[in-house]
Design a protein around this ligand. Structure first.
Ligand SMILES: Cc1ncc(COP(=O)(O)O)c(C=O)c1O
Length: 395
């Protein structure tokens, strides 16, 4: 590429070649990141309370992660899956040590949606059934299988007919009980609905869903793609509820920003698989596994316990500063996954946060401002974010 291109030229090039499905946020061209901060090509810095869509759990360019990727890049980048491979072996061993013990098997993929699609296939194989049940307001990704489970009509309608899925209201056990039949292969749920508005699952609903699945021979699949790896203040969201799902889907924090996904599952699910039942060229690639291994090692150094405390601080400060404002309907969340539900659409406030304060946040649904900061966010950075949010929301 021409090195003399200005930031505006770069934006135009990207738009011409790779635009089309993404609605961009202004014209900033991002150049580099460090910790909770991003810098654009004009040298402006931004406090990233999105962790790049909930993936940069250790902040941007954490030195341990960057070093591990660089070292692996000089050693072995590609290796066919039909060979054993050292970095992958170390990674899956470490992953197994942090996963719930009953989920003793993993399939390595490249993204969240790919993990979800794989989970559908595994559940169908393991049960010999085809039916799928998911929740309203759910988000599970964009591939054909994952978008079938996703509820939001604007994401799914144009692509119908999709896989047939019964969508039931989240946190409504009665409706779930009506939907799970003798043909249900699996019930797929998030423990906290992220994209759908940061709705925290009720213990009675999630535990009841598990019970129902057991009684009726369906599998419980938890989508922990957004909630996994410390996002909710525990390794996995399921720990808050004492759940023992048959399958969990992982991505985002798995590689702490390096693209990878995984499905973790039980022995009975493993027993239904056979060579060739599923596969991927890139899943389990050495670079991704080096990143995942480094991320897990850093998470184990107290990062997740610290994230729980920072989550409480963020929640308390938001409530203290915004609690009385009429525009705020509710502040809710779990750990460092926080939603501020407004009585208005969130878009203009997100824009003001970025343009006027250099603070990045996400929407969830149309009227929720969602915060998914890196787990390593400091108390000072939390305060900068809270003050910026307070400045853009009307008194
Ligand atoms: C809960 C959940 N499931 C699935 C996905 C899809 O993951 P990916 O974008 O890596 O395909 C996401 C992404 O935001 C998610 O939040």
């Amino acid at each position: 590429m021409d090195e003399t291109l200005s930031a505006l030229d770069l934006a135009a090039v990207e738009e011409r070649i790779a635009g089309g499905t993404t609605q961009r946020r202004g014209e900033a061209v991002m150049a580099r990141g460090e910790g909770c901060w991003l810098w654009d090509t004009a040298g402006r810095r931004y406090l990233d309370l999105t962790a790049a869509q909930g993936v940069a759990m250790l902040g941007h360019c954490h030195p341990v992660l960057s070093r591990a990727i660089a070292e692996q890049a000089h050693t072995l980048i590609s290796c066919p899956n039909f060979f054993y491979q050292e970095t992958r072996a170390r990674f899956v061993d470490k992953l197994a040590s942090v996963l719930p013990q009953h989920l003793g098997h993993v399939f390595l993929a490249n993204s969240g949606a790919e993990a979800v699609d794989g989970a559908i296939k595994f559940a169908r194989l393991a049960t010999g059934r085809t039916g799928l049940v998911a929740a309203m307001r759910s988000f599970h990704g964009r591939t054909v299988g994952a978008v079938s489970l996703t509820w939001e009509p604007k994401y799914r309608k144009p692509f119908e007919p999709l896989l047939e899925v019964a969508h039931v209201p989240y946190n409504n056990l009665e409706k779930l009980a009506e939907a799970v039949t003798e043909n249900t292969a699996c019930v797929v749920l998030e423990v906290v609905q992220g994209e759908g508005g940061v709705h925290v699952g009720d213990a009675a609903f999630l535990q009841g869903a598990q019970q129902l699945c057991r009684e009726r021979g369906a599998l419980l699949v938890l989508d922990e793609i957004q909630t996994g790896f410390g996002r909710t203040g525990r390794w996995f969201g399921l720990e808050h509820y004492g759940l023992e799902p048959d399958i969990i889907c992982l991505a985002k924090g798995l590689g702490a920003g390096f693209p990878m996904g995984a499905i973790a599952y039980t022995e009975p699910v493993q027993a239904a698989l056979y060579p060739g039942a599923h596969g991927t060229t890139f899943g389990g690639n050495p670079l991704a596994c080096a990143a995942g291994l480094a991320a897990l090692q850093v998470y184990q150094e107290g990062v997740i316990e610290q994230a729980a405390g920072r989550g409480r601080l963020l929640f308390d400060r938001l409530n203290a500063v915004l609690g009385e404002r009429r525009i705020v309907r509710e502040v809710r969340g779990l750990g460092l996954m926080v939603g501020i539900e407004l009585r208005e659409k969130a878009g203009r406030y997100l824009k003001a946060l970025m343009d006027d304060h250099g603070v990045l946040a996400l929407p969830a649904g149309s009227n929720v401002l969602r915060l998914l900061p890196p787990l390593v966010i400091s108390e000072e950075e939390i305060e900068i974010g809270v003050q910026a949010i307070a400045s853009v929301l009307p008194e």
